[in-house]
Design a protein around this ligand. Structure first.
Ligand SMILES: NC(=O)c1ccc[n+]([C@@H]2O[C@H](COP(=O)([O-])OP(=O)(O)OC[C@H]3O[C@@H](n4cnc5c(N)ncnc54)[C@H](OP(=O)(O)O)[C@@H]3O)[C@@H](O)[C@H]2O)c1
Length: 241
């Protein structure tokens, strides 16, 4: 079995792969710039880790990623989409958010997901089995959403639409498509001012940010055969917030 992870170089990606690597023959580990995390995965898991670099803001680079993953990945059975823009459209007023920032978020997070699903779901359908899990956000579940991240939030909502649409389309083909929506996770690249972290901690029933270990088990479940009849769902990992 082959797992494709976009954004494998994120803290969530590395922690997830650490927990599920034994279940796969091959893991296509996408990264954009964080080579150190990918090298540590190669050291731990050897040849089954196949690194593939791509910048999803660039259409050609995304096309090359999809082609390389298909060529090197064998029978792709599972896909996790974690990539999202590292440039900050978070913590920004709507009136200051340029359309180009919407485009960047859409290209990196949503276009790449569409292209990956169009390429990787057909082999799953052929095998009669496959699982896709998308990283969403607690902005999907909070009513109302928190302000100042319009481009990010709108793009994650588009991804949620993809989850629900594909789940419906592929339910009878043995392919499940789900999402996970965590609140703020203490990852090393979290780019928000301390005051925003403090507000999130204060609003959380558990009075702390999530860790990757709080979040990864939801992905692990959705990738497992125990979730064969779970599709179109969005699991909130928010400690009740
Ligand atoms: N941290 C949170 O509070 C939180 C909460 C809810 C959901 N999430 C979601 O969790 C996921 C991981 O986030 P994180 O906090 O761990 O942040 P992160 O480390 O910045 O992760 C972003 C990932 O996306 C990749 N990426 C960035 N720009 C890219 C581009 N142009 N093309 C392709 N890939 C690109 C990065 O690759 P490189 O590092 O190799 O450049 C990295 O693997 C994201 O989808 C995020 O929206 C995070």
């Amino acid at each position: 079995m082959t797992l494709v992870v976009t954004g494998a170089s994120s803290d969530v990606g590395a922690a997830l792969i650490g927990r599920v690597a034994d279940n796969y023959d091959t893991i296509i580990c996408h990264y954009r710039s964080s080579t150190a995390i990918i090298e540590s995965l190669q050291t731990k898991f050897g040849d089954k880790v196949i690194p593939v670099q791509a910048d999803f803001s660039d259409l050609k680079s995304t096309e090359r990623f999809v082609e390389t993953a298909l060529a090197q990945g064998g029978d792709i059975s599972h896909m996790v989409h974690l990539s999202s823009s590292s440039s900050s459209s978070v913590n920004k007023k709507f009136s200051k958010t340029l359309w180009t920032q919407f485009e960047t978020e859409i290209d990196i997070t949503f276009r790449s997901a569409v292209m990956c699903c169009q390429a990787f779901i057909p082999p799953m359908v052929k095998a009669g089995y496959g699982k896709v899990v998308m990283m969403l956000s607690s902005q999907m579940v909070w009513e109302p959403a928190k302000p100042y991240s319009t481009a990010y939030t709108c793009t994650k909502h588009a991804l949620h639409g993809l989850v629900k649409s594909l789940a419906a389309e592929y339910a009878a083909k043995g392919v499940t498509v789900n999402g996970v929506s965590p609140s703020m996770i203490d990852t090393k690249f979290l780019r928000v001012p301390d005051i925003v972290k403090e507000v999130n901690i204060s609003n959380s029933p558990i009075k702390r940010l999530l860790t990757v270990d709080d979040v990864v088990p939801a992905f692990e479940f959705l990738l497992s055969s125990g979730a064969d009849t779970v599709t179109g769902q969005n699991i909130a990992v928010t400690a009740g917030n």
